[in-house]
Design a protein around this ligand. Structure first.
Ligand SMILES: C[S@@+](CC[C@H](N)C(=O)[O-])C[C@H]1O[C@@H](n2cnc3c(N)ncnc32)[C@H](O)[C@@H]1O
Ligand SMILES: [Zn+2]
Length: 274
């Protein structure tokens, strides 16, 4: 079983008639109608709705579903395909998966989707609800990446795309020969959008901080131009932290400008335990 109890860390077993999960100490977790598990007990929540807001999640879904980041998703699928695990299925976890776009893409782009066992974790319940509703063949849980309720060494690959993570947990969850695939912004990511917001736009560093004990085995830069329309530019703004920095006038300028070409630029880093 992939899951452990978030309260006592014992393995979680599924009760088949109800489909809920329980541990030997009788902690019990229902499976939501949409198919996700909430493994973030109320006593561990630091706020009422932790993680990204529903508005951010919807903006991200609208922008991503329009396909603007699909070239990056294709590059991820290719890397995964060329590093298949020795045993099938390959257990993959998307850490901070948000509304699940990349899990859906990995299933859609895989040569053999049955060979992938896709999981997603996020602290935002609204995002996990949306992810689970749209993809039956992946398993989603609400939980914090600081305390990821999965069994030790369960995963062959962990994916971290623009999301926070906890080094200790990443190390614990990966098999000894497991892979960590990280996506971070490349030097010119969203350059033209940032020109509206900052007086002086600076390039992102290409250096990626790896968790202690990990060594990089490959790195790839994926960059290209996009041309979102006015509404899609607003969605892009609202799925990034830039929205906080752009006042109403700047937001209007971004909305009204004609034919803005925006660079997408990503660094994909593949690492494994030394
Ligand atoms: C920038 S979004 C990226 C989402 C997704 N990876 C994507 O690229 O579409 C960061 C995500 O991390 C989640 N997050 C923030 N803090 C978290 C935590 N402590 N544990 C788990 N997820 C967290 C947020 O809810 C949000 O969905
Ligand atoms: Zn328990």
């Amino acid at each position: 079983m992939p899951y452990i109890c978030p309260i006592c860390q014992s393995p979680l077993l599924q009760h088949l008639p109800s489909k809920g999960y329980f541990c030997k100490n009788k902690h019990h977790f229902d499976l939501a109608k949409e198919g996700y598990l909430n493994l973030l007990p109320a006593q561990y929540k630091k706020s009422k709705e932790p993680g990204d807001s529903r508005a951010m999640m919807r903006a991200r879904r609208n922008f991503l579903e329009a396909g603007f980041y699909q070239p990056m998703a294709q590059a991820l699928a290719k890397i995964i395909d060329s590093h298949k695990s020795a045993t099938t299925p390959m257990h993959i976890l998307d850490v901070g998966c948000g509304e699940g776009y990349y899990c859906r893409q990995l299933e859609a782009l895989a040569e053999n989707p049955e060979s992938l066992d896709l999981h997603g974790i996020d602290i935002a319940k609204n995002a996990i609800f949306a992810a689970a509703k749209k993809q039956q063949n992946a398993r989603f849980i609400v939980a914090s990446n600081k305390n990821m309720p999965y069994a030790d060494q369960y995963f062959d690959l962990l994916l971290r795309i623009y999301a926070p993570s906890n080094d200790q947990e990443i190390t614990r969850l990966l098999k000894p020969d497991g892979l960590l695939l990280i996506v971070t912004p490349g030097p010119r990511h969203l350059w033209q959008l940032k020109e509206f917001i900052y007086k002086e736009v600076k390039e992102h560093s290409v250096d990626v901080a790896l968790p202690a004990g990990f060594a990089q085995i490959a790195s790839q830069r994926v960059s290209y131009k996009t041309q979102p329309d006015s509404e899609q530019r607003m969605a892009l703004l609202h799925m990034t932290p830039f929205a906080w920095r752009a006042n109403a006038t700047t937001q209007q300028q971004i909305q009204r400008v004609h034919n803005l070409e925006i660079e997408a630029d990503f660094i994909l880093t593949l690492a494994m335990l030394r």
